[in-house]
Unconditional design. Structure first.
Length: 103
């Protein structure tokens, strides 16, 4: 299957590949759920633990004393549900509750 770029030309799908460039191993495309688990979830978690940790800790402190509503464009918190994008708000909530999905 191919896709069209912004100028209407057919291009092959790039997808998400397992392995690194130049390691000599044959690389394979990851499935959508596998890519979420191996790429997206660990990267998002790392961001919460490092570059976003100060903001996240501030949010956590506010949640101790006030009700907080996290708004998002989507409400999908199920990694296995590929019909909709994952919800950032849901992932934040799960991380705060120490129930972040398995990576």
């Amino acid at each position: 299957r191919s896709f069209r770029d912004s100028e209407g030309r057919q291009i092959p799908p790039l997808g998400h590949y397992a392995g690194e460039f130049g390691n000599g191993m044959k690389r394979r495309k990851l499935g959508y759920v596998e890519a979420r688990r191996k790429i997206y979830l660990p990267t998002y978690k790392k961001a919460l633990e490092t570059s976003m940790s100060a903001a996240f800790n501030k949010l956590r402190a506010i949640c101790q004393t006030e009700k907080v509503a996290l708004l998002d464009y989507s409400t999908n918190g199920d990694v296995e549900d590929t019909t909709r994008p994952l919800s950032h708000a849901h992932l934040l909530r799960l991380y705060m509750l120490k129930k972040y999905p398995r990576c």
